[in-house]
Design a protein around this ligand. Sequence first.
Ligand code: MN
Ligand code: MN
Length: 465
Amino acid sequence: MTKKSEGEQLKAQLEYSFEHIGSKRPEDIEKAAVFCEGYKAFMNASKTERECCAYVKKMAEAEGYREFDPKERYAAGDRVYFVNRDKNIILVTFGKKGLEEGVKFNIAHIDSPRLDLKPFPLYEKDEIAYLKTHYYGGIRKYQWGTTPLAMHGTVLLKDGTKVNICVGEEEEDPKFIISDLLPHLSAAQNKRPLSEGLKGEELNIIIGNIPYQDEKIKDRFKLSVLRQLNERFGMTELDFTRAEIEMVPAVKAADIGLDRSLVGAYGQDDKVCAYTAVMAAFEVREPDHTTVTVLTDKEEIGSEGNTGMASRALEHFIEDICDIFGAKPRNVFRHSVCLSSDVNAAFDPTFADVFDKNNSCMLGHGPVLTKYTGSRGKSGSNDASAETMAKVIGCMEKEDVCWQIGELGKVDEGGGGTIALFMGDMNVDTVDLGVPVLAMHAPFEITSKLDVYHTYRAFCAFYRS
Ligand code: MN
Ligand code: MN
């Protein structure tokens, strides 16, 4: 081997570049593929926050977690879960150290952008029965036309019975669809800005096209649908007002690429961080610090409501735990560290213009540590301190986790937020860490298996630190 020049030596010593995990740790390619088999199954069973919460509860019970009981006494290594209104689940493994020495929070959200039905959604127009929607979270509306959709949800009938709905996920199930114009007649629509390619009030879902067999009545196509809904779920039109029904892409998670390097699925923002966080919580059985893994809701619409992170639900749960150990919640919070585990926008070579490449995350380079989110000069951002960055980088370095740094696009190109600021409000050192995603918020989002696997490794390292 030729001796390195002085310049080459200095460069190696001072410069840093984040590498593709496939070059740095090729032995992880197979491990990541195996890990993502469980991930894909999780995604197919978890299209809404309720379904995800129920699925994780089942997984946790199989791992030996018991439902949290405020009257119980707990010791290091004990594992409990707490469910908030069927939409959040918190997994706790009690640590060897006292609560006031701080806990390790890891928070991911399990709601994803979708089309919610309006409260009184059913109508017919020119012999087609439709459902009216109001979109949930940031979507590019034109992407949702002509995409096969499935119907998920929960209805409370008048007698109090709770009925779960899931139509469109099985191969033989019917699907639902929003129509769009044919190219032959879209000259006028083509002149609309892309953001109005399909407008909010045009996101109408086709649900039926056969009339009820009685020519004396009006709205026979609508009645036909109502009869079907009544037969299947026992509901009447008024029951829509006691329901949460969500339309999501009727698509299964799949490997992408001939090399199967990527995962395509609906709702990876942010269930990819939820799955990796849960798997890491399962893996780390005897942590020094108590680990608190939180799957939250409503992030996509600002974290408001009592199942979102702006709520006091988590604070109250920590108070309940503190009561058992005689700890003060404020001492717990001020000594804790939190990963706000959420996805970031992967650099997209086709749309390179919106990214600052040196400060963007690349597919296959590992989880992205995002110091700040926000927009227009970091507004609305938690902006993690150098000390918090050092702590989290330190625990990843200790276990040879591949990670990268990134921000969400170029300055003033747009922006976004996460739950980080709410944990900041609670006086917890918080930073964002998560998986890079291509085509975020689209009906079908893309991640790298190596990134998913190393995010899991990062979370394990964090819980063990
Ligand atoms: Mn997110
Ligand atoms: Mn999002």
